[in-house]
Design a protein around this ligand. Structure first.
Ligand SMILES: [Mg+2]
Length: 441
């Protein structure tokens, strides 16, 4: 994980939001005559300079909730407290809330199930879940892409349940995940183009394919060469995502990214918040103008929140993969089948990964995955972390570990380099797995 990326992401988002607040709804024309160049006050909501809005508030609620694990009920409670009590607002008052978001949070407050609270009609595709989804990128950074998508779907659904919003949030988190892992911008978007069409295709089928056409521009590699006139910056989720990505790609530092986002006009705070989150992570905290950071309301508490989230995510290795993989309904075999396959393949396991892979594939019924290439890197880290940290293996954890190694090798296969001598670390892991399985059986 990139150093300080939680801090630079949260501050980057918040500073972008605060820069845009005074000129929200202003047209591009107006702003071209009098562009925003610094942190100003007053304007649309007559607030002090450095006042951030709903985008940051709900992002902070999510970040804070993730400090104690993944719990949608806890998150719902925080959203309700925000709407009703001004929780995580700069000065105790909510002054900016979207219609869909308000309605959905009221549903939450009335006890509606979190994943059913958001609107799912086509007109419910404002940018209200996209603007607050960034912390999920920190939370899912070590996970399978398919798991990330599941988490995004649930978290978006609290306020925005339509597939278009969910895909938009997934695309954003996908890019954030990749830059957190140190990919450059171009490479992150190349991977998005490669993967987005497949991320939901199995589960959602036709319904999803119909939605994909709305992402055609983002998936076109020439999209970033479009002139500003072709970029809309309204509160419609597709416009916002396009505008934020476009600003991120067409600038080479934090300041220019967020100022270009604000000066596109219309939904200034949200476009700048979304672009600012990415730019913050990408260029780092030292690239965000210090006077802007100093100007934002509750600066110290935001820094503390970022630190808290960073620390708690470092501790929650056991949560990664295992609880969440369970939620994807992975087929669990009987001990008998595991034993059978184990005996069958143990001979191959002496010095290389392949035996473990086959054992895993047969015993645990994991499908071959088109996403394996993308998953391999994160799985690799997951395996290492689990291997070093866990003292109490159980048979299913072992299966997941085996599967992780399976994915790594599968990825190699896709890249045309398998079978190939496995790396030293993989051999060590597979040997250890084999040893532990042996003990258990
Ligand atoms: Mg706002």
């Amino acid at each position: 994980m990139k150093k300080d990326c939680i801090l630079s992401g949260l501050i980057g988002l918040c500073v972008g939001d605060a820069l845009g607040v005074p000129v929200e709804f202003k047209s591009r024309d107006e702003l071209s005559k009098n562009p925003v160049e610094s942190m100003i006050g007053n304007g649309t909501y007559n607030q002090l300079a450095g006042t951030w809005s709903d985008d940051s508030s709900l992002t902070f609620c999510l970040a804070e909730s993730l400090c104690t694990g993944y719990d949608l009920n806890d998150l719902s409670l925080k959203f309700c407290r925000w709407l009703n009590e001004g929780y995580w607002t700069p000065y105790g008052k909510v002054f900016d809330v979207g219609i869909s978001t308000k309605k959905a949070i009221q549903n939450l407050c009335n006890g509606k199930e979190p994943t059913r609270s958001g609107g799912n009609k086509e007109q419910d595709n404002g940018n209200g879940s996209l603007m607050r989804i960034l912390p999920i990128a920190f939370f899912t950074n070590d996970m399978y892409v398919s798991t990330m998508v599941k988490v995004v779907e649930e978290v978006s659904s609290l306020t925005h349940r339509h597939n278009r919003s969910i895909i938009a949030c997934s695309a954003y988190v996908f890019i954030a995940n990749n830059i957190i892992r140190g990919k450059n911008k171009k490479e992150a978007f190349r991977l998005l183009r490669l993967n987005l069409p497949f991320l939901f295709s199995k589960e959602k089928g036709e319904e999803y394919n119909n939605e994909l056409k709305h992402f055609k521009r983002i998936l076109d590699k020439d999209f970033f060469n479009l002139p500003a006139e072709k970029i809309n910056s309204s509160g419609y989720v597709i416009d916002t995502l396009e505008a934020a990505f476009w600003c991120f790609m067409n600038n080479d530092n934090y300041k220019d990214t967020v100022l270009s986002a604000v000066n596109l006009g219309e939904d200034t705070d949200t476009v700048a918040a979304i672009a600012g989150g990415l730019a913050g992570i990408y260029y780092g905290i030292n690239n965000i103008p210090k006077e802007w950071i100093d100007a934002i309301a509750r600066k110290k508490e935001i820094i503390y929140l970022a630190k808290k989230l960073d620390e708690s995510l470092k501790k929650r290795w056991s949560y990664i993969g295992f609880e969440l993989l369970d939620r994807i309904n992975i087929k669990k075999p009987s001990k008998h089948i595991i034993k059978q396959n184990y005996e069958k393949y143990i001979k191959d396991c002496e010095n290389e990964v392949r035996g473990v892979l086959q054992f895993s594939a047969y015993s645990f019924g994991y499908p071959e995955s088109d996403h394996a290439v993308v998953d391999a890197g994160e799985v690799n880290r997951q395996v290492w972390r689990y291997y070093h940290a866990n003292k109490k293996f159980d048979i299913f954890s072992l299966g997941h570990l085996c599967t992780a190694v399976f994915f790594i090798s599968r990825a190699r296969h896709h890249q045309g380099s398998y079978p190939k001598k496995p790396e030293e670390g993989e051999v060590a892991i597979s040997k250890e797995i084999v040893r532990r399985i042996h003990q258990l059986l």
